[in-house]
Design a protein around this ligand. Structure first.
Ligand SMILES: Nc1ncnc2c1ncn2[C@@H]1O[C@H](COP(=O)(O)OP(=O)(O)OP(=O)(O)O)[C@@H](O)[C@H]1O
Length: 581
């Protein structure tokens, strides 16, 4: 656990954590010693030698004072590390997440990372700040007392020591018997949280379809399962807690009986028996608290395992000697890329000379978006190479690579700020006039005029106050402001209203002018402006050439547009988006 904690925390915290643990152990030993010194104090006082108790009382006072100082220092150190560690861990996790391949960020990651960033980090902190000190104290203090009892009378010491392996065995057994329920509870927790989010987000669909009650039943079932698993979790820890209490009580009774027998036999005096019983009672309390602390540590451990797994996910390697691309032509050289067992791009080769536009067309799932992602190095290829300006993208530093590429993907995320702030993300150092010019070129000024508050208006979380087409315009403005030589464009699939359609097209035309462009195209109007078209299916190029040439060929590409046009253009409406053929 400590090893995992140190790995999660990173090297910066290794020394402070070790120092805190040393302080905690020293405090626990001092606590045990202070209890142990009660034996000679009581023996002197009850044995009719009050004067002889003086030095022992002084030693007892010194041990208590030492314990107080060490405990204060270890608590303070634990608390300080806990709080600075929380900040440090946020940074570490943040920096690590920023270096992970963008392809790592699937849909289910958002929930996982947000739970980790909240509950996971707090759990890691609680180990140091709250759980470790009582745990060390519960283990070390009784052992110190037992060591003193051994020195005092080996028979009593051995009787008390007999508890150690049994207590350890009960702890291990409890941990094992609750592990499966703990894992199940985490899974149920995740499912229930997912159902809650789904139920809330899907309200419009559910109400429109009259399915609210049906989905609520699913949510209710998930919550009930969570409740059942939680109850099973509590029941699973119960035998351990009861077992621990029984063991501690049994050993206490054994020490009491043995002490009484030894006193009756005249081996030790009544004062010593009393002192030993005081010590045994002092052992019992921390031992009994072990079941609570153990539960807390187990819960923290499962969060740490998940945090550790994320932190151990390897970022894409950065080149040792980064190269700069010699131009902006693009090349896929026998590229194969897999998602798990599935080959998404299959030995694909193609090139886009600098300044040219390539349109990628194909059925859903053909691998079109993946091609764009490989160019921006969201993932590394499994075989072959992706090159920009003749240089493998793996040999270009992330910073340089990202500076060469502007992306306009379908999912545009807007931050809760003004349009100006959102556009500025394209080039944070840009002046206000440049930002406004990019916004105007993407026809965002029309959107701003509509917003109450104009340029100062917030667009809402995720850009909720803007329509899909308007958000796309913000992405285009960002890309225009970035002014990168390579543009990767994933055209929106959904139909836009005529005003947005025209505005987005105008913006895209401005954006792609004079640059090397790869665009996943869903509208024929976009494809016609490309220099070359590739038709992709199952990660392979099935056809390639000019738009008109491919249509004349009457192959897969022509058939694809025939179907798309028929679907998009309802009867009697010859002006559908695909109708400009
Ligand atoms: N993170 C992922 N894990 C596993 N498989 C994935 C992942 N992302 C994409 N895929 C799979 O890879 C294949 C290619 O996906 P891609 O998004 O490139 O297709 P596409 O041609 O762009 O499709 P669409 O036009 O529907 O967006 C699909 O079958 C998809 O299911």
């Amino acid at each position: 656990m400590i090893r995992m904690l140190l790995r999660v925390l990173g090297d910066d915290y290794a020394w402070p954590v070790r120092r805190t643990m040393t302080l905690m152990t020293a405090a626990a030993v001092a606590e045990g010693l202070s209890y142990a010194l009660l034996v000679p104090v009581l023996r002197a006082l009850l044995g009719g030698d009050p004067a002889g108790a003086g030095p022992w009382l002084t030693a007892f006072g010194a041990a208590v004072a030492l314990y107080a100082v060490l405990r204060y220092a270890s608590d303070l150190s634990g608390f300080r590390i806990g709080t600075t560690m929380l900040r440090g861990l946020y940074h570490r996790l943040g920096e690590h997440l920023a270096r992970l391949p963008l392809g790592w960020y699937g849909a289910d990651r958002v929930g996982e990372v947000s739970v980790l960033a909240g509950r996971g980090l707090l759990s890691a902190m609680s180990v140091i700040a709250h759980l470790l000190a009582p745990f060390v104290s519960a283990c070390v203090t009784p052992l110190t007392i037992v060591a003193v009892m051994l020195a005092f009378d080996w028979r009593l010491g051995l009787a008390a020591l007999a508890a150690a392996p049994v207590v350890a065995a009960v702890q291990v057994w409890t941990a094992r018997s609750t592990a499966a329920v703990d894992a199940e509870r985490h899974e149920r927790d995740r499912q229930a949280a997912g159902r809650v989010v789904e139920y809330l987000q899907a309200q419009p669909v559910l109400r429109a379809g009259g399915r609210t009650a049906e989905r609520f039943t699913l949510l209710d079932d998930a919550l009930r399962e969570l409740q059942r698993t939680s109850r099973r979790g509590v029941l699973a820890t119960l035998p351990g807690a009861v077992g621990l209490t029984l063991v501690v009580q049994a050993v206490f009774t054994a020490v009491l009986v043995l002490g009484a027998r030894l006193a009756l036999g005249g081996s030790i005096g009544a004062a010593e028996v009393l002192a030993v019983l005081v010590l045994a009672a002092r052992c019992a309390d921390p031992l009994l608290s072990l079941s609570d602390i153990g539960g807390g540590l187990r819960a923290a451990r499962s969060e740490l395992v998940r945090l550790d797994a994320v932190l151990r996910t390897a970022p894409l390697p950065e080149p040792r000697r980064p190269q700069r691309p010699a131009g902006f032509g693009l090349e896929f050289d026998s590229v194969t890329f897999r998602h798990g067992d599935r080959t998404v791009i299959d030995g694909l080769s193609l090139s886009v000379p600098q300044g040219q536009r390539l349109a990628v067309v194909g059925p859903s799932g053909a691998g079109k978006s993946t091609l764009l992602q490989l160019l921006a190095r969201f993932h590394d290829v499994d075989a072959g190479a992706v090159r920009i300006g003749g240089v493998d993208v793996r040999a270009i530093s992330t910073e340089t690579l990202m500076a060469q590429i502007a992306v306009v993907f379908q999912d545009v995320y807007l931050f809760d700020g003004t349009i100006e702030e959102n556009v500025r993300l394209g080039r944070p150092g840009a002046g206000a006039a440049e930002v406004r010019a990019a916004a105007a070129a993407a026809r965002l000024d029309e959107v701003v005029e509509r917003l109450p508050g104009g340029w100062a208006a917030n667009v809402g979380e995720g850009g909720a106050l803007l329509s899909g087409g308007e958000r796309q315009r913000v992405a285009i403005a960002r890309a225009l402001l970035k002014d990168a030589p390579v543009v990767l464009l994933d055209e929106v699939t959904s139909a836009l209203d005529p005003v947005n359609e025209a505005a987005v097209h105008e913006g895209i035309e401005r954006l792609v002018a004079g640059r090397t462009v790869v665009m996943v195209a869903h509208r024929m109007r976009t494809v016609r402006r490309a220099d070359r078209v590739v038709f992709l299916d199952r990660g392979r190029i099935v056809e390639e050439g000019g738009h008109d040439e491919l249509l004349r060929r009457g192959g897969r590409y022509a058939a694809f547009w025939d179907i798309s046009t028929a679907v998009r253009m309802p009867a009697g409406r010859p002006d559908g988006p695909g109708a400009d053929r």
